[in-house]
Design a protein around this ligand. Structure first.
Ligand code: ARG
Length: 567
């Protein structure tokens, strides 16, 4: 933003890099000029042009070719005023109302929601909010895994345990299905999955049940609907504790009605051919360095697989929403699958040439041993148990706080715990693995969710003590260095959002929220707002910290972190 305001196009052609990072106070911008030969002459020339701009207090050439520019206080204050009046708080509206479908969450029905799905939910939710903030029209779709073998396993096991249920009669057409519950499903899936590994007959039955379900056997469809009802209610409960929600609760099963069309398109375009009994599409490119297997559309028993439903879903999404982009927030180990699916989709022209199909792959959340995070007894941690664990760790930590009343204690502990987990995750670039360390995540110091929530409560407290909640005071002047530094960090926030959305990376938002919090702390340490006797100055500062709070809260909202009033 600063750059656009202060640069004319003719300057852009001779400028090599802009930087604000070299100065610890961030109070100057540095420009490095291209062409080392003519550097000082050019720098002088540029300096002369820039100096004419009243926004600059000082423009100096620093050898060999740097130009340091210091902006006037008035200019900075004017910019802040513009941002404060802007409904988007200066966040560039890069989206131009284009539609993005974000596919995240991806839980599997009938299986408990586990840690592996946590990252998808946290990162996806944040990207959705970020993209909306930047002016995109975003549709979020949970894309349930509700059509695969896991359902066949559960149905086959239910049938073995309850052969007398009406829905299991081959001639069942309609009727009621006994009510299931989440605990039952949580027990039955791991049991059936284990059993299928040693019991071939059972395994064959589970495959048959999957195929029968996909072919519409009424009794199985009825049980499947009951499994879906119970699972979705359970999932919604867990997601809402995480502050995650979806516009669409579609599943792989919803893609079923597009599969015939998919096969027809692939056939018409001569892309489908038989290979070892299966129907496949070649997606290899000459430039491939590693082997690229063909994508399987139909297996030899005519059943569909993961790639089939993903391709059919692309047809549905394109038809319903004509999105410019479809982003998939999925474990990066599924990279091959998505490469195959995207190549096939483009080859078959399921979407226009310029539609962006992209896997936003994420790394693994590991335990202290560097291996994927497990429960104490070595099992896969369920998400609901993790939420429980972090909430009680946060409750313990807040126990001694004089600011947390008994009445609010549980809710504050929940928010602090969830904030710790989310920030601990999002501060890392999504593609990286990280170590889940609840003590570190809950620390009041360092880059943590706790520190950010705490910073907001400190601002709340100053505003309460000065009775200035809702005050319409404005920033009119800059009195101190720390204040100037805070103002500059605020003014550069729009660029951070731009960067975050361009790279689809919420970690920039985390970093900037932390930066604002640290600079606020420094500012508050250096300037005694409460004891300030110069009323104009005091109001100026209150306006500045109110806006800082608003901006930090905006960052937290993008990260789907709920603030607390006190802690
Ligand atoms: N259900 C899948 C899993 O648990 C994730 C789904 C991701 N989305 C997609 N369109 N394939 O691995």
């Amino acid at each position: 933003m600063l750059q656009q305001k202060s640069t004319s196009n003719s300057l852009a052609s001779i400028i090599d890099t802009w930087s604000d990072e070299n100065n610890p106070l961030y109070d100057t911008l540095q420009i490095k000029v291209k062409d080392s030969e003519k550097i000082s002459n050019t720098a002088e020339e540029v300096k002369n042009i820039i100096s004419e701009n009243p926004a600059f207090l000082k423009v100096e050439v620093a050898k060999p070719g740097f130009i340091n520019m210091t902006m006037t206080d008035e200019y900075l204050v004017t910019l802040l005023g513009e941002i404060a009046d802007d409904e988007h708080l200066g966040i560039p509206q890069a989206g131009g109302n284009d539609t993005i479908v974000i596919d995240y969450g991806g839980p599997n029905v009938a299986k408990p929601l586990h840690i592996g799905h946590l990252r998808s939910a946290i990162i996806g939710e944040s990207l959705k909010r970020l993209a909306r903030e930047c002016g995109y029209n975003v549709i979020s779709d949970v894309h349930l895994g509700d059509w695969g073998l896991q359902i066949g396993l559960v149905i086959a096991e239910l049938e073995e345990r309850n052969p007398d249920w009406e829905c299991f009669r081959p001639d069942f057409t309609e009727g009621t299905v006994p009510e299931l519950d989440a605990d039952m499903l949580n027990e039955i899936y791991p049991f059936a999955s284990q059993k299928s590994k040693t019991d071939e007959v059972f395994k064959a039955r589970a495959h048959q049940a999957t195929a029968d379900l996909q072919n519409g056997r009424p009794g199985y469809i009825a049980v499947w609907k009951e499994i879906l009802r119970v699972s979705i209610a359970d999932l919604k409960g867990n997601y809402s504790k995480l502050g995650v929600d979806f516009d669409l609760w579609y599943g792989e099963s919803d893609a079923d009605k597009y599969i015939d069309e998919l096969v027809q398109i692939l056939t018409d375009k001569n892309l489908l051919h038989e290979s070892e009994g299966a129907m496949v599409v070649d997606v290899e490119l000459e430039s491939d360095k590693a082997p690229m297997p063909p994508v399987i559309i139909k297996k030899s028993d005519n059943s569909s697989i993961y790639a089939t439903t993903d391709l059919a879903t692309i047809i549905q999404r394109n038809r319903d929403f004509a999105p410019k982009k479809i982003w998939y927030v999925v474990d990066k180990r599924q990279d091959l699958h998505f490469t195959q699916v995207f190549r096939c989709a483009k080859k078959a022209e399921l979407v226009p040439e310029d539609t962006e199909l992209e896997l936003l792959g994420f790394g693994t959340m590991n335990g202290n041993d560097g291996k994927p995070y497990k429960t104490r007894d070595g099992g896969v941690m369920k998400l609901s148990d993790l939420i429980e664990t972090v909430t009680s760790a946060a409750a313990e930590k807040l126990r001694s706080s004089e600011f947390v009343s008994e009445k609010d204690h549980d809710e504050i502990a929940r928010r602090v715990g969830i904030a710790a987990v989310k920030f601990g995750d999002l501060i890392n670039h999504r593609s990286k693995d990280y170590i889940f360390d609840i003590d570190k995540f809950l620390s009041f110091e360092g880059k943590t969710g706790t520190y950010l929530l705490y910073t907001v409560t400190r601002i709340n407290s100053i505003i309460r003590k000065t009775n200035s909640e809702g005050s319409d005071a404005k920033v009119n002047a800059i009195y101190t260095d720390a204040e100037r530094e805070l103002l500059l960090a605020i003014l550069l926030t729009g660029d951070v959002f731009r960067h975050a959305i361009d790279e689809k990376a919420p970690n920039y938002i985390c970093d900037n929220a932390y930066k604002l919090a640290v600079i606020f702390s420094k500012f508050y340490h250096d300037n005694h707002i409460l004891g300030e006797t110069d009323e104009t100055k005091k109001q100026n500062w209150i306006a500045l910290i109110s806006f800082t709070r608003k901006l930090i809260l905006k960052h937290l909202d993008i990260l789907a972190i709920e603030p607390v009033e006190n802690m």
